[in-house]
Design a protein around this ligand. Structure first.
Ligand code: HEM
Length: 544
């Protein structure tokens, strides 16, 4: 037993020695582990406590990126709106240390007025934005600052307000709506098929803006809805350009140098855009040199800028002419169509608003005093102007679903916002237009309701401050196409609504797409139902 016991002693002593040695070996590891856990707990608590001060948790190295990623997975615009509401309208976003994602995000009308008007010179688009868009937009109005921007703005502004230009825009729209849009819609009724209204409206405005900028009609909105190489190249070029905003600058620059991935696609699609522009410019130059009567009557932007001289008294280069036209196409190609898509979706959910719009249209038609057949009825410009309720409903739709959901600037010297936010030179400023439409502090308790009446006083449309309703930007860079866009949307909407009831296909998923313009991610699938004469008569007699 003793032997057994004794013999077990050395064994047990060996065990103890081994255990002690192992313990000694493990102890530092255990302490390390404890230390790491403690550090982690401290970091989590510290990061989450930062949420109170900054609006979002701040993680070491990653900054606020994890919250942004979560926001992207749900609904980015709603996520920004919630953070801004919590932070009283402004917060500082801190990206990971290795990126250039740091920026100040604001939805405070006082700050908007400050950066868009009062201190306009201190808040240009800035080099970050300009570099990312340079390959596609060159030195065009949308992408220019200072004198280059000012000269284009002045010339284009004079043109946009001339009666010759206004006539051209209204006539080209009338042609497109009556010869192309309505037949395509009628065809869907006859065949009883659902259509993607967003796609059709995008085609309409693309053709329209090309007629305004280049004086040519690419024919996207034609029977059979053909694929047009220029439109496809333009679409691909904008999509590839947007990717630059989510890729670290150094990486997309290397990709461009090596002609890889999205940068390769961008190069190819820009070539497609340039080929089309070069051909149009060459042909127009020939026509201008022949001085034909038809040419003298042309009032598209290309023809107008061709007749002008630069500051040295020389004609503008072909590259500059191309930049001017491409920028206008980008500015006007999808903003109105996307706004109209959200508008028709909102009408589907708010039938009383639709009824009031129809009541207004029918009263205006009744005032004509003639027996215009509803099928062939063409709204006159003075009638479109009288449609105050429709104007209010479109503004309300843009308040909730602005075509440009966020915009941005870069401050060129140290500054302080009216709300006290301190900005260092070079800071990027994002103004959250979508969030502004959903702030109780700006629009009141019913800010999330679709209520066109908020825009009316005694039945007449009353505009809001451009720093509160920022869908068209404000200050010196206010959207140049604003008046035309309202005319275009009102004319197209009234022409459709007067003829058809637009019904969104049941269970069609509607959500915004993450892009520079707020498209509907899955388009807008609708079925149209023709309105009968008796239904229209009922609206003729409606009191509202
Ligand atoms: C619902 C329709 C529209 C909306 C919501 C809208 C909105 C805007 C916004 C937010 C900007 C400022 C963009 C920025 O500077 O970053 C802008 C600028 C501009 N828009 Fe519009 N737009 C619309 C339609 C149009 C149309 C149809 C045209 C032309 C035919 C047009 C021409 C322009 C131009 C040229 C600029 C640049 C102005 C400048 O920088 O001086 N827009 N628009």
């Amino acid at each position: 037993m003793a032997t057994m016991f004794n013999s077990s002693l050395p064994l047990s002593s060996t065990n103890t020695t081994t255990a002690t040695a192992t313990g000694r070996l493990f102890l530092p590891h255990l302490q390390m582990l404890e230390l790491l856990v403690a550090l982690l707990v401290f970091l989590v608590i510290h990061s989450l406590r930062q949420r109170k001060r900054h609006g979002l948790p701040m993680w070491p190295f990653l900054g606020m990126l994890p919250s942004l990623v979560l926001g992207l997975r749900v609904d980015m615009y709603e996520w920004i709106s919630q953070v801004l509401c919590r932070q009283n309208g402004t917060f500082t976003f801190k990206g990971p240390w290795f990126t250039n994602l740091n920026c100040i995000v604001t939805a405070d009308p006082r700050n908007l007025e400050h950066l868009l008007k009062t201190r306009f010179q201190a808040y240009p688009k800035g080099p970050y934005f300009r570099h990312a868009l340079r390959d596609l937009l060159g030195n065009g109005i949308f992408n220019a600052d200072d004198e280059i921007w000012q000269r284009q703005r002045k010339t284009a502004s004079i043109e946009f307000h001339s009666s010759k230009f206004r006539n051209m825009t209204t006539e080209s729209l009338l042609e497109l709506v009556h010869r192309r849009l309505l037949p395509v819609l009628e065809d869907s009724v006859e065949r009883s098929t659902a259509i993607d209204l967003q796609d059709i409206l995008l085609r309409l405005t693309f053709d329209n803006v090309c007629m305004i900028a280049f004086g040519v009609d690419p024919g996207c909105l034609s029977p059979g809805l053909p694929e047009i190489p220029f439109a496809q190249a333009f679409e691909a070029a904008t999509e590839a350009t947007i990717l630059r905003f989510v890729t670290p600058t150094l990486i997309w620059k290397v990709m461009r140098h090596l002609n890889l991935g999205s940068e390769k696609k961008l190069k190819e699609s820009i070539k497609g855009v340039d080929n089309f522009a070069d051909e149009v410019i060459r042909t127009r130059k020939k026509e201008v040199s022949l001085q034909t009567e038809e040419n003298k009557l042309k009032s598209d932007l290309l023809t107008i800028f061709m007749g002008l001289k630069d500051e040295q008294g020389l004609p503008f280069s072909d590259k500059f002419l191309r930049d001017i036209c491409v920028n206008f196409i980008l500015a006007g190609r999808d903003t109105s169509s996307v706004a109209l898509s959200w508008f028709f979706w909102l009408l589907d959910r708010n039938p009383t608003v639709e009824e009031r719009i129809l009541g207004e249209i029918c009263r205006i038609v009744k005032d004509r005093g003639d027996d215009s057949e509803s099928e062939n009825l063409i709204f006159r410009p003075e009638e479109v102007k009288k449609m105050d309720y429709l104007h209010a409903a479109l503004s309300e739709s843009l308040r909730l679903y602005p075509s440009v959901p966020v915009d941005h600037k870069e401050v060129v010297e140290d500054d302080v916002f009216p709300d006290g936010t301190i900005l260092k030179k070079g800071t990027k400023v994002v103004y959250a237009i979508y969030a502004m439409g959903r702030m109780e502090a700006i629009w009141g308790k019913d800010c999330r309701e679709f209520r066109p009446e908020r825009w009316l006083r005694d039945g007449r449309f009353m505009s809001e401050s451009a720093y509160k309703f920022t869908a068209f930007n404000g200050g010196p860079r206010l959207c140049l196409g604003k008046d035309f866009a309202y005319y275009q949307m009102k004319f197209a909407a009234a022409s459709i609504l007067y003829r058809y009831k637009v019904m969104v296909v049941e269970n069609h998923p509607v959500k915004p797409k993450l892009a520079l313009t707020m498209y509907m991610q899955n388009g807008l699938k609708v079925k149209l139902c023709k309105r009968s004469e008796s239904e229209l008569k009922m609206y003729h007699n409606m009191k509202y």
